[in-house]
Design a protein around this ligand. Sequence first.
Ligand SMILES: Cc1cc2nc3c(=O)[nH]c(=O)nc-3n(C[C@H](O)[C@H](O)[C@H](O)COP(=O)(O)O)c2cc1C
Length: 194
Amino acid sequence: MKPRLQIIVGSTRPTRFADKPLAWLLDRLSSRDDIDLDVLDLRDHPLALFNLALSPARTHREYPSEDVRRLGQAFDSADGYIMLTSEYNHGYPASLKNALDYVFVEFNHKPVSFVGYGNVGGARAIEQLRLVSIEFEMAPLRHAVHILPDVMRPAMMAEEFDLEIFAPLDERLEMLINDLTWWTNALKAARDAG
Ligand SMILES: Cc1cc2nc3c(=O)[nH]c(=O)nc-3n(C[C@H](O)[C@H](O)[C@H](O)COP(=O)(O)O)c2cc1C
């Protein structure tokens, strides 16, 4: 069975830029026949600000509500992740942190790569997410795609958006996906072996 990779879309703003890099990721990655690709858009998972009595690191899959169950099961269904992140005030979006805090075991022993955008390509947000991922017992990977203003600005301003604006980043994405697929297969085999 092919490994299932999930793109987690961190921004939920109505006017978000995230949809443009998401369209590019889907265009470039959906042709690969060695992975199944899925999108988890946090807009589809409106959640209360974290309010659980106990840490999900202790309760595991005892979901307290239907909203949290839907989120947890969606995360659970993937073998590896690409977090697509914006950067707000040098950090990753609160919408993403809030969703992550609702789960724990769903992410254990799975790899995660990052695509970020902003003035420094989301680098500060991604560095923070790498630290957070370690707490989830994930394997955060080195290869990332940083969408800097030379690409982000034309993509934002374009009257008619053209995916090819992101073409200079294709090679970086290729490295990311090859590495993520390797780790996803390796860790899935290890998890399956118990
Ligand atoms: C509250 C706020 C804070 C921001 N802080 C940063 C920042 O620290 N670094 C950065 O590169 N861009 C920053 N930006 C600009 C964002 O990169 C830009 O708005 C981007 O479109 C946000 O992603 P989104 O549209 O997908 O939500 C900030 C934007 C907002 C709304």
